[in-house]
Design a protein around this ligand. Structure first.
Ligand code: G6P
Length: 472
């Protein structure tokens, strides 16, 4: 039976070297958590990097065997490739550019060459797994060249591509020296998906202006094939989050946190360490809230979880220092013997503890500078069984297109953010319930299963259209 092969830079399981040997743990980030629930169905599999540099062939063999049991096939990267392709071109060039941090990207031919080489490496790994009838679904900005590479090797295969981060304006894309190659790489797919209509529009405009290929209702005719482009806002595994938050384990954690926090109200912030997430701005807004509303001091805390990420990339290391310093300054200024303004954790939380935090918090602050979608916002919504709680959401997160019942803010406007926090803390219960139930209905319905089903159906349709064209 034909299967679907999911391909992404990072596997949903990462392998860590510990003093006791190799340990296998769930990966962080929206892509891995979002797709993690669906790839195990129907004999599907996942090809990607296990997140570590293996030392020898026997270790490589061990990792390969372990992952195969869970339907994963690893692509191993050398230390140099991790440096040049992952930290370099993917996260030092494309990531900042696609998130509108236009001063940060590095333009270095050697990094680009590593990006091409590693995309080829992924291509070989996928070809080793893919039968002619299989569907190949490639994900995200680390693999923009892969669809075209696969197409060259398998002209008739069904290939989908989904971008999990924003696709920026043509004015940014045109700055990249390798802009044509990147767009052509994506066009190897039969269907290209984005989280929002806005990203899709930017992509179509870039393809028209840089490659001279117009589109009709999202269909691009290349000289050899036609490619469909569409928007598919990604969802979460709603029931998994709802059930986890309602579980006894989560309830036990809530009791434990409550006992420690007494009756202090909790504002929650959870992100990977990233300058796109607006973490420092969020801290400044919380400090402003305490300054403007002294009556809240002693009664509200910001519980901030920052999950370590990409710490070998210079900007991430300096952001960590900035956050450490800001937290230190706010706590030093306002704390009392019995109250801590910011509870700051620099680590990942196990799933049931996370569920406990979602359940505990009255307010979630999801205020990125730019974010393709942001699934934390949806996870918070799914966790609120009693429909109490307020989501503060950046207008520059893809999720803001759907979650109109959140308090929508401009994340750079510290004053507005502080006022939104205040509004959330004084919002009447009925209004909270009204907003939350609207958002729950949407997040529940457009869950990750609906998302992948829609994408797959559309991909099958795109393929049929192509076959009809070819035989016409
Ligand atoms: C974002 C990206 C993913 C990536 C994740 C974690 O969600 O869209 O492609 O896997 O961040 O980042 P990392 O660099 O640790 O894989």
């Amino acid at each position: 039976m034909p299967k679907t092969i999911i391909v992404s830079n990072r596997l949903p399981t990462k392998v860590l070297r510990t003093p006791d040997g190799l340990s296998f743990q769930p990966s962080e980030g929206g892509l891995a958590t979002g797709l993690g629930s669906i790839y195990r169905q129907d004999g599907n599999m996942w090809v990607g990097w296990p997140g570590l540099f293996v030392e020898d062939e026997s270790e490589e063999g061990f990792v390969r065997t372990q992952l195969a049991e869970d339907s994963m096939a690893p692509v191993f990267l050398t230390e140099q490739e991790i440096h040049d392709y992952y930290e370099g071109f993917s996260n030092g060039t494309l990531w900042p550019m696609f998130h509108y941090f236009a001063q940060l990207p590095v333009f270095d031919e050697a990094l680009w060459e590593a990006y091409v080489t590693v995309n080829q490496k992924f291509c070989q790994a996928v070809l080793a797994q893919a039968g002619p009838e299989d569907t190949i679904w490639v994900h995200d900005y680390q693999l923009l060249l892969l669809p075209q590479m696969l197409r060259a090797a398998r002209p008739h295969s069904t290939i989908g591509f989904f971008l999990h981060i924003p696709f920026p304006s043509y004015e940014l894309i045109r700055i990249l020296p390798w802009r044509r190659e990147l767009l052509e790489g994506m066009l190897g797919a039969d269907l290209i998906g984005f989280h929002t209509f806005g990203y899709m529009r930017h992509f179509l405009s870039s393809v028209a202006q840089l490659l001279g290929l117009p589109n009709q209702h999202g269909r691009i005719e290349t000289p050899t094939r036609s490619v469909l482009v569409d928007a598919f806002p990604m969802g979460i595994d709603y029931e998994r989050y709802a059930q986890a938050a309602a579980s006894e384990a989560a309830q036990a954690h809530v009791q434990e946190y409550r006992a420690a926090l007494k009756d202090v109200r909790v504002i929650l912030s959870i992100d990977r360490l990233d300058y796109t997430k607006g973490i420092a701005q969020r801290l400044r807004a919380f400090a402003l809230l305490l300054q403007r509303y002294p009556e809240l001091r002693g009664h509200v805390s910001l519980l901030m979880v920052v999950v370590p990420s990409r710490d070998q990339v210079a900007q991430y290391a300096s952001l960590k220092e900035e956050i450490d310093e800001l937290v230190g300054r706010i706590n030093a200024q306002y704390r009392t013997i019995s109250w801590n303004p910011v509870h700051y954790f620099y680590r990942a939380f196990p799933f049931d503890e996370l569920a406990g935090l979602y359940r505990l918090a009255e307010v979630a602050m999801v205020t990125p500078m730019r974010d393709g979608m942001n699934l934390v916002a949806k996870e918070f919504v799914a966790s609120k069984a009693d429909q109490r709680g307020v989501l503060i959401l950046s207008e520059r997160a893809g999720a803001a297109r759907e979650l109109a019942d959140a308090l929508i803010v401009n994340p750079t406007d510290t004053g507005q953010l502080a006022e939104a926090l205040h509004e959330a803390l004084v919002m009447p219960d009925e209004e909270q319930e009204h907003r939350m139930s609207n958002m729950q209905a949407l997040v529940k319905r457009y869950n990750v299963f609906a998302w992948s089903r829609l994408f797959m159906e559309r991909l099958a349709y795109a393929k049929t259209q192509q076959l009809n064209l070819a035989t016409a």
